[in-house]
Write a protein that binds this ligand. Sequence first.
Ligand code: FAD
Length: 318
Amino acid sequence: MPTLTNPLRPALLAAARSERIERTITHSKLTRRLVTKFVPGASEDAAIEAVKALVNSGRFISVDFLGEDISDASEADQTVAAYLSLLDAYAALGIEPVAGAQPLEVSIKLSALGQSLPGGEELALTNARIICAAADRAGSWVNVDAEDHTTTDSTLRIVRELRQEFPSVATVLQAYLHRTEDDCRDLAGPGSRIRLCKGAYKEPAEVAYQSKEDVTASYLRCLRILMEGQGYPMVASHDPQIISSAQAYAIAAGRDASKFEIQMLYGIRDAEQSQLINDGLHVRTYLPFGNDWYGYFMRRLAERPANLVFFLRALVGR
Ligand code: FAD
């Protein structure tokens, strides 16, 4: 009998899109305190301090300036400016590549660069190009995050365009989508960098697996394709079954530890992240910063009932 994911997940993911609930939650001082478990701060300085600590602990990082679903092009300009400033700060850190990998990366969301506005694909591509050029100068990689399934085709078109000019640009494939095994086959070629995750949005059964077992099984099929391919797989998961399978598949495919990486989110399974580094693996921590943390935070609550209990207890002061 397949296990359903967290029964509150659909409600939390719907709340992640609700402006009214967003207003209520973001005005609570208490929520802000809890958010720091997943988001080290609102300012670039806070993000850079966290980056330094993580790099000193042997981790690679990918920083996301929080923001999605903008309503006009000037907001996209602000996002671009935030990334350019962050990349200047990266350059000042003077961090060198490790075994062919860049320890520093930025993760961008095309929705924050204008993708859903009229003429948005072109606008998002133009904005992403500006960030990629600055990242090249700063010695940073760029990853294009995956959002809900209605954006997948457009995102992959933009990534293909970007890779003509900036071949190291990576993107994300979501194992819960039925299409993803085929996308993995298409994108497992030489030089490609693919982050594989389970997927964090509320998707209908027509396009996505719904049970935990089906999503994990799809993840493992996709992971095997990427490991047997010629690119650089990035295994974004906290799931112990997936982490151990990744290591087994890498060995079977003749990859050494520098030819793939494990990725986890800031504040989640921190001790395991350190243990994996001690085991000789490359581990990249995804580190979000900025004021616009609401959607990101709600998706983290939706992933794990224990986070919700922790959050509700704090709200009622127990
Ligand atoms: P799960 O089965 O959800 O979790 C396995 C175990 O990990 C849990 O039992 C628990 O111990 C721990 N765990 C998982 N989540 C949490 C949590 N929130 N709090 C505390 N413990 C937890 N999704 C997208 O749709 N697009 C993206 O671009 C994207 N980028 C990502 C980048 C990174 C680096 C990571 C790690 C995830 C990203 N995700 C993205 C989110 C991803 O799709 C999943 O929603 C998320 O990683 C949970 O799936 P899991 O594989 O960790 O397994």
